[in-house]
Design a protein around this ligand. Sequence first.
Ligand SMILES: Nc1ncnc2c1ncn2[C@@H]1O[C@H](COP(=O)(O)OP(=O)(O)OP(=O)(O)O)[C@@H](O)[C@H]1O
Ligand SMILES: [Mg+2]
Length: 211
Amino acid sequence: MPIITCASTKGGPGKTTLSLCLADHWRRSNRSVELLDVDPNRNLTQWIKNSGASIACTAIDEDDIVERAAEAEARSDFVVIDVAGALARGLVHAIAVANAVLIPSRPDAKDTLEAARTYQNVIAERRLAQRRNPKATIPAAVVLMQVNKRAQSFGFAKSQLEALNVPLLNAEVPFRAAYQNYSFAGLPLDDTAVRGDYAELGAAVEALLHG
Ligand SMILES: Nc1ncnc2c1ncn2[C@@H]1O[C@H](COP(=O)(O)OP(=O)(O)OP(=O)(O)O)[C@@H](O)[C@H]1O
Ligand SMILES: [Mg+2]
């Protein structure tokens, strides 16, 4: 059922990695999962193809998101949408159809500012939805990616997001060479540490979904 959109107005913070690893986590937990690749670069589609992971992934045009997401949610336990890193129609539609929006951000000032900008788009869609249904909500949170918990930048990023009133997910993804290796080798997602990261992250996302 739920549609989870991984969105950022910025290129490169980890939308595709987040989409793929979350989908793989739920697949391993015996849930049916479908990925929708809205990025015209089709990185996710290519990654799925290279890795041979048995996750359904459909490349779709940004104008078809609303219809295709509704079809996917009717037949799957989880739908994960990966969008292009730009403020485009695809991002807006993918936020509007979502049951939860995840905004990846590295612990970097430019990333956190763009995460706040993306969150403003979530707020705008939520307000539009509330014009018809005052109880409508789109839970959203920033996911800090490529984190070194001992580095000052981790604290800086958290403080900046807090100052900007942007909610933060209760789990983050550490920096690991394994994620970089995948991007080249398209290996199956069988790294124990990666699976541990996403077990925690998956639980945090389910908590976000259930308020
Ligand atoms: N936790 C991590 N540790 C180390 N490297 C990571 C991690 N997560 C992602 N990466 C690296 O960051 C690169 C960019 O990630 P990804 O392609 O997921 O970002 P994106 O937001 O989808 O980018 P784009 O906007 O170009 O679509 C990946 O190729 C991967 O090598
Ligand atoms: Mg991407």
